[in-house]
Design a protein around this ligand. Structure first.
Ligand code: SF4
Ligand code: SF4
Length: 131
C-alpha cells in the first residue's frame, strides 16, 4: 500500500524544490496540476513519469525525481511550456533535474531498445553541431 502523502507546509516548501527553482528559474509551486503539459508532450509515452508528475514530485520535495528517466527523455521541445496556463517552462525544470542528478553522481537513464540514447543527448549534439 502506498504511504500517506505528507502535505504539510514544511514539506511543500522543501529545500529540494527551492534548489530546483534556483537552477531553473521556474517556480514549481506555480503548477496547479492541470496536466496540459503532459497531454501535449510528444515524448510522454516514453517517460516513467509524466511532466506534471515530475513537477508534483518537485513540489513535494521528493528527491526521487532525480532517479526518473523522464528528464533524460525530455527533448526540450518546449511544447509543454507553450501550453501551460501558468507559464511554467518545464524544459528548464527538466534541465535543472539533469544537472542535480549529474552532480549527485546519478547516471542518465540507461538506453533501451525504444530509446537507444538519452533524447537530450541528440538535442545537445544538434545544438552544438548545427551552425
Ligand atoms: S520540453 Fe520535454 S517535457 Fe516538455 S513537451 Fe517537450 S519533451 Fe515533453
Ligand atoms: S501545464 Fe503547467 S500548470 Fe498544468 S500541469 Fe503542466 S506545469 Fe502544471
Amino acid at each position: 500500500m502506498a504511504s500517506e502523502l505528507d502535505l504539510s507546509r514544511d514539506r511543500l516548501d522543501a529545500p529540494f524544490a527551492r534548489r530546483v527553482e534556483e537552477l531553473s528559474g521556474e517556480n514549481p509551486y506555480a503548477c496547479y496540476q492541470c496536466g496540459k503539459c503532459s497531454a501535449g508532450c510528444p515524448f510522454a509515452d516514453y517517460m516513467d513519469a509524466l511532466p506534471n508528475q515530475v513537477l508534483r514530485l518537485v513540489q513535494l520535495g521528493d528527491e526521487s525525481a532525480l532517479d526518473l528517466s523522464a528528464p533524460w527523455v525530455c527533448a526540450s521541445c518546449l511544447a509543454c511550456g507553450v501550453r501551460c496556463p501558468k507559464g511554467v517552462d518545464i524544459a528548464k525544470t527538466m534541465e535543472a533535474l539533469r544537472l542535480l542528478a549529474l552532480r549527485k553522481g546519478i547516471s542518465p537513464a540507461p538506453a533501451t531498445p525504444d530509446r537507444p540514447c538519452p533524447q537530450i543527448a541528440l538535442v545537445g549534439a544538434y545544438r552544438k553541431l548545427t551552425p
